[in-house]
Write a protein that binds this ligand. Sequence first.
Ligand code: PLP
Length: 380
Amino acid sequence: MNYSIPFNKPYITGKEVHYIYDAVATGKISGNGKYTQLCQNFFEERWGFKKTLLTTSCTDALEMCALLLDIKPGDEVIIPSYTFVSTALAFVRQGAKIVFADSRNDHPGIDEDKIEELITPKTKAIVPVHYAGVACDMDKIMDIANRYNLFVVEDAAQAIDSYFTGKDGIKRALGTIGHLSAFSFHETKNIQCGEGGLLGINDECFMKRAEIIWEKGTNRAEFFRGEVNKYGWVDVGSSFLPSEVTAAFLWAQFEDLDKIQQRRKLIWNLYHKMLSINQEEYQLPRPPAYSTNNAHMYYLVFNKASNRQKMIKFLSEKSIHSVFHYLSLHNSPYYIAKHDSRKLINSDFYSGSLLRLPLFLELSDETIKYISESIIDSFK
Ligand SMILES: *Cc1c(COP(=O)(O)O)cnc(C)c1O
């Protein structure tokens, strides 16, 4: 179906083709060239990562994390059930058993207070997801990880340019807190290149091996820096690095990051103001005080699932495309038989009741008002 107001329209700055042209003209369009370096340096300098590596997707970055942590059959990894398939899939491919955690009741993110009871001697890692770019309580998660000697991989796919302020009062960029993190530049994210991602490395012990895994198990990156005089096969790995064509596209987006973020936040705030008029049928997003909001997503949580379905239909009749989000992974056809029998009530609640509204840069104030008024009028 064609909607006159789509759910998403990837933003193009206009400079992408210019940088792609430049990349092509240099004659070197395989990975790890000038634009890859520009993108990685941007991330490292702006947000304080020890090291970053551009990848072909966030899924790939998560797969690199599973390799770096040496996840083996039988290892357990704690993941929220309310997330995208990739969060779990990357670890399942290494043979891990996924132990699904429930969401909080005031937010779709993982319930930090229910993590500890899921830990067993086989637990290797916790993978919090910063849903909608809203931080999980990283103080609680890092504290648990330190006490039980576990790794933390932040799924920061939606969390670019968002921050967590800890009890120490320090504001840290999401993705810089756990041992490793993964970002997405899929066309549905704030900063996009169609398909793309990035691995964030905060623990120095992973730096050297990450580069090797990234370059198909070879020490080619070291060779190109002149640190070794020949390169060869030294470890496992895959082809995780994108071409310079992708990196050039992405660089144009990074250059406009502030402009993109500013407009997205205005859109988010306008929805928030307009939709706060009626709060009997639904709840508005409530980012906790320790988190910033990067305006990745605007959503409503309906008190009744049937009202969410009615609203999708109602908006669709007005040619507005609104969408639901994740279906709990513990109930998925692929994993249901492997899941223990624990019920994850909040995760299932969000699966049935959360509605995402259109949010993209070209959305005008008038259109946002029209969407919001349509929602409010529908209850009259
Ligand atoms: C988008 C997304 C992913 C996957 O990102 P890709 O770049 O498409 O692989 C993983 N986890 C979460 C939470 C996401 O939102």
